[in-house]
Ligand binder design. Structure first.
Ligand code: SF4
Length: 581
């Protein structure tokens, strides 16, 4: 796509938006904020929108957005050599002081490389100069394992934007020289400068140590930045409305951050601690202001009902005339008023995550609900007029057996019976839609040392589950194959040595098998290795606040089928939650 075509498209997109910020560039720090995917995907991200607001809240900063073009136009744009421009002023990205990338998914790693190339920049940090924009990588993936992106980034911003954005802007203001700036950032919480570390490898290929380069002043590990209290913070909320996103013009707002359930596989649960509830009054005030642009509210939180005033928030939104869509709801928090309020707002479907079918295996993974509680919640859901239920399950969990697969079928059948019991008298039968994913052991969880299950075993389990669930009317299951998760696991568990593979996959159009073969990477080493003896894990460079000894204890407790109960059920759990000093 030629430059004039990009400009024309940008103007058309802006014409359909409400709430974008346009500031003169003169005298301001210029930040190009990129989502390494299309506009449609990027503008659905509340994190991306929030960082845009946080930068533009600073008077001396102008932040403009940029995205990848749609897939069918990408090659033409790369071939044309037309530089990638921002949406707001259609300025080439390469002319900005900072290129900040918000990366939410591992699958977007190749897009990071594409975006840098489109912007006319060298993908590798070592090949860029101080005249190029400072390339900062942030977003959800930096909470998990930023190391596969280490060689592409000048700076990795690990943690929450509310702290990182003002700190980055202040450092740039005070340090015009690039070297000074990097040394200054290295001393700040949450900023990881990959080029300040040499990685030493042991003979068996594991990481022996991250060694700080002399004279950089970088710390041995980088503490993640997280706000202690959100009492005086505005909750992240949609600030730009456009119909051209996955959620349409839905008003998205974060209600509560974190989840204290401590499920042993869940990176989000461990990494967004401690649990912090945004002020209910401010949530409702922002919703009131947004009402002219939207009639649908999407509540973004991993444990929505952990908000102490959730019923008041739902009632308030309902009174304003919103239809309300929660993200997944935690089973143990569902109450009759919550389900009733959601139904009254027009919601016809609720998503819950039993994760597996047996109480025994739920104790292993620390999902602290029982089948009895799940069935009681199901009754509550269908009795209150909700038609459809979405379920999340996993396979490939530690200690899983055939009996656990049968238990998935059994509990699903019982849920279906409850749906029929309530649906038949109403003359309206809904659907139960299950999604089954193989477990990918995630960095920063109690399963971070665990190898992924043998693909043949996982595929056999998927096949068995399909048999068990076949022929059930009104029940539909999507069982993902292990192959789908294999390369995602590589990106999730990899280190900076897989940068070559990411570049190869970017060049060959996402053919990961060929990319791995061409770059000589042993993917199995990353995915199927027991890491419990590794002296250092790739993601240990970021200190997320949880101690390895805690994860080890949790893993052992899991094998003994013991729960670590969340604070609501057992006060002692509070002391497990990290203290942010
Ligand atoms: S309930 Fe468990 S899986 Fe769900 S967000 Fe909390 S810790 Fe994660």
């Amino acid at each position: 796509m030629k430059t004039w075509e990009q400009r024309e498209r940008a103007r058309l997109m802006l014409a359909r938006e409400v709430g974008y910020v346009r500031k003169p560039h003169g005298g301001r720090l210029r930040v190009a904020l990129a989502f390494p995917n299309t506009y449609y995907v990027g503008m659905s991200s509340l994190g991306f929108q929030t960082v845009y607001r946080l930068f533009n809240d600073l008077d001396d900063v102008v932040c403009e957005r940029t995205f990848l073009p749609p897939k069918q136009e990408l090659q033409a744009q790369l071939a044309s050599g037309a530089p990638l421009v921002t949406l707001e002023s259609q300025t080439p990205v390469s002319e900005f002081d900072v290129l900040a990338l918000s990366v939410s998914f591992e699958w977007d790693y190749t897009n990071v490389v594409t975006l840098l190339r489109l912007a006319g920049l060298q993908p590798r940090a070592s090949a860029r100069s101080a005249r190029d924009p400072l390339v900062v990588v942030g977003g959800a993936v930096t909470f998990v394992n930023p190391e596969p992106l280490a060689l592409f980034a000048d700076v990795i911003a690990a943690g929450e934007g509310e702290l990182l954005v003002p700190a980055l802007a202040a450092a740039i203001r005070e340090c015009p020289e690039r070297g000074d700036l990097l040394r200054r950032l290295a001393c700040e919480r949450g900023f990881y400068i990959p080029s300040f570390y040499d990685v030493r490898y042991a003979e068996n290929g594991t990481i022996a140590a991250y060694e700080v380069k002399p004279g950089t002043g970088a710390p041995p590990t980088v503490k993640k930045a997280a706000v202690k209290s959100v009492e005086r913070l505005d909750p992240p909320a949609t600030s730009i409305f456009t119909p051209d996103t996955e959620f349409g013009s839905r008003f998205l707002i974060e209600v509560v951050r974190g989840c204290a359930n401590l499920c042993r596989f869940c990176w989000a649960g461990y990494n967004y601690l401690p649990v912090r509830a945004f002020p209910a009054d401010r949530i409702l005030e922002l919703a009131r202001q947004a009402k002219v642009h939207s009639s649908k509210a999407g509540l973004v939180s991993i444990a929505l009902c952990d908000h102490p005033e959730i019923e008041r928030i739902l009632t308030g939104l309902l009174e304003m005339g919103y239809s309300i869509s929660p993200a997944s709801l935690r089973l143990d928090d569902l109450t009759e008023p919550i389900v009733r309020l959601l139904r009254q707002s027009g919601e016809r479907s609720i998503t819950i995550a039993p994760e597996t079918g047996s109480d025994r295996l739920r104790r292993v993974i620390n999902k602290t609900v029982t089948n009895d509680e799940i069935l009681a919640a199901t009754d509550l859901i269908f009795a209150n007029g909700i038609d459809n239920l979405k379920l999340y399950y996993m396979i490939g969990l530690p200690t899983e057996t055939e009996a656990d697969l049968e238990a998935i079928r059994d509990v699903t059948v019982q849920m279906r019976d409850i749906m029929l019991k309530h649906g038949r008298p109403r003359g309206r039968l809904g659907r139960i839609v299950g999604s089954v994913n193989p477990l990918i052991p995630k960095p920063g969880t109690a399963y971070q040392w665990l190898p992924m299950e043998d693909p043949a075993v996982t595929d056999a389990k998927g096949k068995r589950l399909r048999q068990l669930l076949s022929g059930l009317d009104n029940v539909y299951f999507n069982i993902k194959s292990e192959r789908h998760s294999y390369y995602q696991a590589l990106l999730s568990l990899g280190d900076r040595r897989i940068a070559d593979t990411i570049e190869a996959a970017e060049r060959n159009g996402g053919q990961w098998r060929a990319a791995v073969a061409d770059t000589g990477i042993d993917a199995g080493f990353y995915i199927f290795r027991d890491r419990s003896k590794d002296p250092v894990l790739a993601w240990d460079i970021i200190d997320g606040g949880m101690k390895a000894s805690f994860f080890q204890t949790e893993f052992s407790k899991g094998l003994r089928e013991e729960w670590t109960l969340p604070p609501k059920r057992q006060r002692e759990n509070i002391k497990l939650i990290p203290v942010l000093d």
